[in-house]
Design a protein around this ligand. Structure first.
Ligand SMILES: [Cu+2]
Length: 120
């Protein structure tokens, strides 16, 4: 009987702990969201060019490339930080830049197409 009660107490403590942890996690997420609103930037690929060819963003920004051409294109960074598959018309590829620096990239199908992302 005593054993049973101990198990019950342990179960209750466990549930309480789990609830506390999820509450803390939720509160933490909300605080972070308030401090850093999600920022996004878009680079269109049209007529064999990246528009704009140079974008300047704060660290933590997600850049999304959208292929508006009727030809497939693929995004690859010079330093192999990111690489997309071949994007067909209207397909997208996203990458979040967390570290300040200059990031050069090109189209791996048409290497003459180049662009850069400057992260502040
Ligand atoms: Cu291309």
């Amino acid at each position: 009987m005593k054993k049973f009660r101990n198990a019950k107490v342990a179960l209750c403590t466990g549930i309480l702990l789990a609830a506390l942890i999820s509450f803390a996690a939720l509160t933490g997420q909300r605080a972070q969201a308030a401090d850093q609103p999600p920022s996004n930037a878009e680079v269109k690929i049209d007529n064999f060019t990246f528009q704009a060819p140079s974008v300047t963003i704060p660290a933590g920004t997600q850049v999304t490339w959208v292929n508006r051409d009727d030809m497939p294109h693929a995004i690859a960074s010079d330093d192999k930080l990111f690489k997309s598959k071949a994007l067909d018309t209207d397909e997208k590829f996203s990458f979040t830049f967390t570290t300040p620096g200059m990031y050069h990239y090109f189209c791996s199908i048409h290497p003459k197409m180049t662009g850069e992302v400057i992260v502040k």
